[in-house]
Design a protein around this ligand. Structure first.
Ligand SMILES: Nc1ncnc2c1ncn2[C@@H]1O[C@H](COP(=O)(O)OP(=O)(O)OP(=O)(O)O)[C@@H](O)[C@H]1O
Ligand SMILES: [Mg+2]
Length: 240
């Protein structure tokens, strides 16, 4: 299998709002290898979420080429994109995006419905994913019966349940206190150790420093792309 997993070639994204055009991405070319741990940083409006959405096949570029796992996804149909998303990618959002009336188990099992698994297998996989984030004793709780950090861990369990090789997290610690944020970084560290490719967006320098490469965007362009020689070491007690 090729080491290169994500390759954007001169991609651009233009949003049209009535007569106005917003050039969210002007020209972005980046390569990410399997197993990398990357942080996207940059000012508000610089295009981080837009780029994440394209990388995650939630959106398509207006121009340029996006190659994921050696496949050009730029021209794929909605259905083909959905299939790739389901198979390859786990998303974690800042706002968790959990269903309020569903239990943890049901929330985590949701992607497996789209993937076509039967109920028994869904529950089994969802339970295992919740256990892997240290929430094996909360399967029957609803989101409002959990702390913010626990909710984010449910969201991470849901992102992991399909066994994706790429984990995309847009501000995964944005709504969390410092201690809980570090717990989530402990979890990401483990996922990275297991060989997953992780890309996260963050505004916070100390969070970005857990990653091994920092890409800074500005005005829809890559401003800097640097290796982080000394990533923050995760305290073993921090890992879940
Ligand atoms: N759906 C949309 N329609 C129109 N314009 C959009 C849309 N999504 C984003 N934009 C615009 O594109 C630009 C980039 O937005 P994006 O969400 O990628 O920024 P960001 O770097 O993630 O910012 P933040 O740090 O505030 O989350 C912004 O100017 C934004 O207003
Ligand atoms: Mg954003």
């Amino acid at each position: 299998m090729s080491k290169l997993v994500i390759e954007t070639n001169d991609i651009s994204k233009v949003y049209r709002m009535g007569n106005e055009e917003v050039r969210a991405l002007k020209s972005v070319s980046i390569k990410i290898n399997r197993g990398e741990y990357v942080a996207f940083m940059g000012p508000s409006g610089s295009g981080k979420s837009t780029l994440m959405n394209i990388i995650g096949c939630l959106d398509t570029p207006s121009g340029g080429r996006y190659i994921l796992n050696s496949k050009d996804v730029s021209d794929m149909t909605e259905n083909e994109l959905a299939e790739i998303r389901n198979r390859e990618i786990g998303f974690v959002f800042q706002t968790f995006n959990l269903l309020p009336r569903a239990t943890c188990l049901e929330n985590v099992a949701l992607p497996l419905i789209y993937a076509g698994y039967g109920k028994e297998e869904r529950d089994e996989k969802a339970r295992a994913a919740l256990e892997s984030v240290g929430l094996g004793d909360r399967v029957g709780h609803k989101p409002n019966e959990l702390s913010g950090g626990q909710r984010q861990r449910v969201a991470i369990a849901r992102a992991l349940v399909n066994n994706p090789s790429i984990i995309l997290a847009d501000e995964p610690t944005g709504n969390l206190d410092t201690k809980t944020s570090y717990d989530i970084m402990g979890l990401f560290h483990e996922l990275h150790q297991q060989g997953n490719t992780i890309i996260m967006v963050t505004h916070e320098d100390d969070i970005a420093h857990y990653s091994h490469r920092i890409v800074r965007l500005r005005d829809g362009l890559v401003e800097t792309d640097t290796i982080n020689e000394n990533p923050t070491v995760v305290n073993p007690f921090q890992a879940v």
